[in-house]
Design a protein around this ligand. Structure first.
Ligand code: TYM
Length: 323
């Protein structure tokens, strides 16, 4: 049986990119796999953050994950900071990783270039992400394209550790959705849609539906009039086609909206058809915070049990515990 794992960072409000790149592909894997999902709140400390908001954002993200279909009866759902083994294994993996390979990570280079005081945890973050994955011996990691390099690094660290100390870790691989592995900003379709960038082209999962429609109808398209999938020459149109394909499950090649206007209308309808039920379920959950707290408490307890065996095996292999 596959073991699936993915985490989501509460560093801003979740977007359509998170839904199409990670939540929905994860939901599709639920029936055929042993699934672990979490809110990576420790990862949110890698950049300037508001302590008063962090917990609120973490609970909102967990609620949205459930509302998107990550049913806690069929998977494990928890907050990363409630499972101390993540930080513990992260240190063991930092002691397996090299400074140079951390510095080469694209996300580190991009994010550190935008900040004057770069937190050390931003550099070491991929070791924590590797710990998230390796703790549960995950085989499949559903993520957007932006996380592919971190999953590759996880494989490298696991391989190096296993070769040096003994076979402790399963090698995972990234699973990307067929469309929308990289949802682009509607107002700037050569940039990734991001929860940490304040742009009129970002669709937040809790945006009112009339706002969603307006953002899509105002999406930047390209010169010309023909609707063609060509991300280089027509990034705006190609982004809308990818979103429409991911929302409807119809391959891009089979979509044929006649005009830019029709493409925008169809895309807005399809996105709203996904968001309306999600927002309804989220509102129900928000009205009953005790239920979500109980889900996360139970998830953390089960995660702690599962993670303990891997940490012990890693410590034994490294000579920290008697085997
Ligand atoms: P995060 O919180 O930035 O994003 C959560 C998930 O959403 C995907 N995603 C996108 N997919 C398509 N288009 C987009 N515009 C887009 N924006 C975000 C991300 O690829 C991700 O799958 N480091 C991770 C969280 C993490 C993790 C892990 C993931 C921590 N530990 C272990 C997998 C396994 C992150 O910050 O994702």
């Amino acid at each position: 049986m596959k073991r699936v794992l993915s985490l989501f960072t509460p560093s801003g409000r979740p977007t359509l990119g998170n839904l199409l790149g990670a939540f929905l592909p994860s939901v599709r894997l639920l029936p055929a796999a042993d699934c672990v999902f979490g809110v990576s709140d420790l990862h949110a400390l890698t950049s300037e953050h508001d302590p008063a908001l962090l917990r609120e954002r973490s609970l909102e993200l967990a609620g949205l994950a459930v509302a998107a279909g990550l049913d806690p009866d069929r998977c494990l759902l928890f907050l990363q900071s409630n499972v101390p083994a993540h930080a513990e294994l992260s240190y063991l993996l930092e002691s397996t990783a090299h400074y140079g390979e951390m510095q080469r990570m694209i996300q580190f280079r991009e994010k550190s270039a935008r900040q004057s005081a770069v937190r050390l945890s931003l550099l070491t973050y991929p070791a924590l992400m590797a710990a998230d994955i390796l703790l549960y011996q995950a085989t499949d990691v559903p993520v957007g394209a932006d996380q592919a390099q971190h999953v590759e690094l996880t494989r490298d660290l696991a391989t190096r550790f296993n070769n040096r100390y003994g076979p402790v870790f399963t090698l995972p691989h990234a699973v990307h959705p067929p469309a929308a592995a990289r949802v682009m900003d509607l107002a700037d379709p050569v940039a990734k849609m991001s929860k940490s960038v304040d742009s009129p082209g970002t669709i937040f999962l809790l945006d009112p539906v009339d706002v969603v429609r307006r953002k899509i109808m105002r999406a930047v398209t390209d010169s010309g009039t023909s609707v063609e999938f060509d991300p280089e020459a027509k990034p705006g149109v190609s982004n809308l086609l990818s979103i429409l394909s991911a929302c409807t499950g119809t391959p891009v090649a089979d979509l044929s909206p006649g005009s830019y206007g029709a493409l925008k209308r169809d895309t807005a309808d399809a996105v709203i058809a996904l968001l309306e039920p999600l927002q309804r379920r989220h509102a129900e959950l928000s009205a009953d915070p005790a239920t979500l707290e109980a889900i996360l408490r139970d998830g953390a307890e089960r995660a702690r049990e599962r993670a303990a065996g891997t940490v012990t095996a890693a410590k034994e292999a490294m000579g920290l515990l008697a085997a």
